[in-house]
Design a protein around this ligand. Structure first.
Ligand SMILES: [Zn+2]
Ligand SMILES: [Zn+2]
Length: 204
């Protein structure tokens, strides 16, 4: 067990929940100092606290023990289920999890299939303080532009709508892990598949 990894994970998970060390400590009935020690790798929660801590952070005990999010568990939970819909008539954008029917402008919409971007668009992900700056190298003319960028993490979906003649960039708060999607008005939905890289950057 590498306590540094475990501590880093605890810290990332806590932040992704928007909680302070004090809040976690209070819920567990320990001192904030204790949580700080865990997060800096100078100790690990007692077994008696693990179940509660896992619940607070929304992961399994195994995940806390492993010090990394399992690629088949929490981290990909929502990425697999997310569906995006764009109405070809009015351009409305909708998304949701799981199977359901969406109708717009009198027509039922089919979920978009995200593909890997082989068009050579360059995407840069830059971390500035607590935000990611996403920039996509793509034209932004009325005929052909990136119309939205979505950042899907394990427990939320953030979408930034873009318009022609604007920059093709978006800013998101840093969440733990996550995956990017963006939609080109001509070529459809793409997923940013360099997840590992994105992931590493997300851990600062
Ligand atoms: Zn519509
Ligand atoms: Zn395009």
């Amino acid at each position: 067990m590498n306590l540094c990894n475990n501590g880093k994970l605890l810290c990332d998970l806590r932040k992704s929940k928007g909680m302070t060390q004090k809040q976690v400590a209070e819920k567990l009935g320990v001192l904030p100092k204790t949580v700080s020690k865990w997060e800096t790798g100078h100790g690990f929660p007692d077994t008696s606290l693990l179940a509660d801590l896992a619940k607070i952070l929304g992961v399994s005990i195994d995940t806390l023990l492993s010090g990394a999010l399992s690629p088949n568990a929490e981290e990909v939970g929502n990425f697999r289920k997310i569906r995006f819909y764009v109405c070809p008539h009015c351009g409305s954008i909708m998304h949701g999890m799981g199977e359901f029917h969406i109708t717009c402008c009198g027509k039922q919409l089919a979920p978009l299939k995200a593909s890997e971007d082989n068009t050579g668009h360059k995407i840069s992900v830059e971390r500035i303080e607590n935000d990611f700056y996403i920039t996509i190298d793509h034209e932004m003319s009325k005929e052909h532009y990136i119309s939205f960028v979505s950042y899907v993490s394990c427990d939320r979906v953030l979408t930034v709508k873009l318009y022609p003649e604007q920059d093709s960039s978006a800013r998101f708060p840093v969440l733990y892990g996550g995956k990017l999607y963006y939609y080109c008005s001509r070529h459809g939905l793409f997923e940013y598949d360099e997840r590992k890289k994105f992931h590493v950057m997300s851990r600062g």
